[in-house]
Structures are given as C-alpha cells and as structure tokens.
Design a protein around this ligand. Structure first.
Ligand SMILES: [Zn+2]
Length: 285
C-alpha cells in the first residue's frame, strides 16, 4: 500500500516535470534563453556624423553598434574599414560588432583588433580556412562570428558552431541597406536554434516592426537593424525589437518585458547606454 502510494507520487512528480517542460513549448514552438540585444547598423545613419549617430542610438537603448565593412569586391559596395572604426572607438565604450563583407577577412584581423573591434564576423563564403580564421580572431581577444549569405546552406557552419560566439544569418543579399526581409532564411535560424540552444544567432537585413516577430519566433536573438531604427523614433523602435525577441523568442510575459517609458516626446527612459546598467533588461551583453 505504501509502495503504491509512493508510485503514485512519483508518477505525479513526473507529470509535474513534464508540465513544467511544456511551459517552454506552446504549439510546438520552443523558447530559448539567449538574451535579446539590438544592434543598429550605422550603414543607415548619416555617416558624416558617425560619432554622433552612434552615441545617439546608445543613449536610446542600443545594446551594440553593428559596423558593415564592405570592400567593393566581396560585395558591390564600399563602406569603411579599420581607420574609421578606430576613430569611432575613441568616443564610445559600446560593443563594436564588425561584419566583414570582404574577400580576404584574414587580412584584417590584426587591424580590426587594434581598432578596438569587440566582435569580428566574417563570411564562410570568403575563405576556405574557416577554422584557422576563427582561431586567429580569438587569439586577438575578439569575439568571433561566421556569416552566411542567403544562398549558402546552413549546414556549412555546423562544423564550427561549438567554437563560435555567434552565427549571422543574412536576411538580405549583403551589400546594400534598405532591402526587403527574406523570410525563407528563417528555416536556417530555426535549425541553428534547435541544434545549438546556447548560440547567439544574429539576423541582418530588413528587420522592422513587420518582420521582427517572425525572426524572433525562429530563434534569432541578436537583431541588426538599420533603416527602421534611423528613420523613426529610435528609442521606441529599439525597444519594440527587443521586446519582440523577449516575448516570442524567450517566451516572457508582457509584464516582464523590458519597459520603454517615453520621457518627453522622443526618449526612452533611463537607458544609460550600452555600458550602463539597464536594470530591467536583464542584460543583453
Ligand atoms: Zn551587417
């Protein structure tokens, strides 16, 4: 009789455990625990005012600054390189996230490290020595990411994921800002999230109020965003993107989302910039 009761208890315990596990899954959707972080791409800013624009998005809640480095060869556009980033570094303590759309990424590891880049993301299509380059970037003390163009199968990055800080899934063709979000890339994000629940997954291109929910549900937690942030109320838009990841990616309830209390007409609350403590957010860096 006692044994039977113990058996009943253990079945009950199992049921409770099962129910608890189920909380993370609604309609087959899995949540993850990677923190949401929003990285405005200065490609969409007034580049003649790079310092002011960067400091402005920091004040308005950005978690990091995304720097699109283009060489006019890997992609049909030119932007800036290490000297400009070095200049920006003097004015900000923000996390600088460099996305190298260049043909010879290994060539720029030393310069980017010296310029003060925190995270160095290169394209898997740009080198056949991916493992060596990951090691070289880490040896310089930078975080390391691998980026995939839309046509590149996600499987190409699997062998390296355990050594990476992030994988960047391009959601437009790299090279220009202002393009439309490619929803078909979300299958890559879902597969990465399923296989690597602890990985940071960044999406880049076409993210805005209309597309963020799909990206967040797929499992992206690092959100690069250009035009949408720079062409509107930055504080509100950064917060909207962040809350979407918290809600649809982390499964947080509405009352637990990072708040955005608009002070005056255009500022979010006491967001002290990237290096300051945004007490409500639970981090993001
Ligand atoms: Zn980028």
């Amino acid at each position: 009789m006692r044994r039977g009761f113990a058996g009943y208890l253990s079945w009950r315990a199992l049921f409770i455990l099962y129910a608890a596990a189920g909380i993370t899954s609604i309609m087959g959707e899995r949540f993850h625990s990677r923190p949401a972080a929003i990285g405005p791409s200065v490609l969409a800013a007034d580049m003649s005012r790079l310092m002011e624009e960067s400091l402005d998005v920091e004040r308005q809640g950005a978690d990091y600054i995304h720097l699109d480095v283009m060489d006019g060869h890997f992609v049909p556009n030119l932007t800036f390189g290490a000297p400009v980033i070095k200049g920006l570094r003097k004015h900000t303590k923000a996390l600088l996230d460099a996305h190298l759309m260049v043909s010879h990424p290994a060539q720029w590891v030393d310069d980017m490290a010296a310029a003060g880049v925190d995270r160095f993301t290169f394209h898997v299509e740009a080198t056949d020595k991916v493992a060596e380059l990951i090691a070289a970037v880490k040896a310089k003390g930078m975080g390391v990411g691998v980026a995939l163009k839309p046509a590149t199968p996600v499987e190409e990055v699997f062998p390296y994921c355990d050594d990476l800080d992030l994988v960047l899934i391009m959601t437009v063709e790299p090279g220009f800002g202002g393009q439309s979000f490619m929803a078909d890339q979300m299958s890559k994000v879902k597969e990465l999230r399923r296989r690597y629940p602890g990985l940071d997954i960044e999406v880049d291109g076409g993210l805005a109020d209309k597309t963020i929910e799909e990206a967040a549900r797929a499992g992206a937690n690092l959100i690069v965003c250009g035009s949408y942030i720079f062409k509107g109320n930055k504080a509100e838009r950064i917060n909207l993107l962040k809350q979407a990841v918290e809600k649809y990616g982390n499964g947080k309830k509405d009352e637990d989302l990072t708040p955005c209390v608009v002070l005056g007409s255009e500022h979010c609350p006491a967001v002290a910039g990237v290096t300051g403590a945004d007490a409500a957010s639970g981090g993001g860096r």
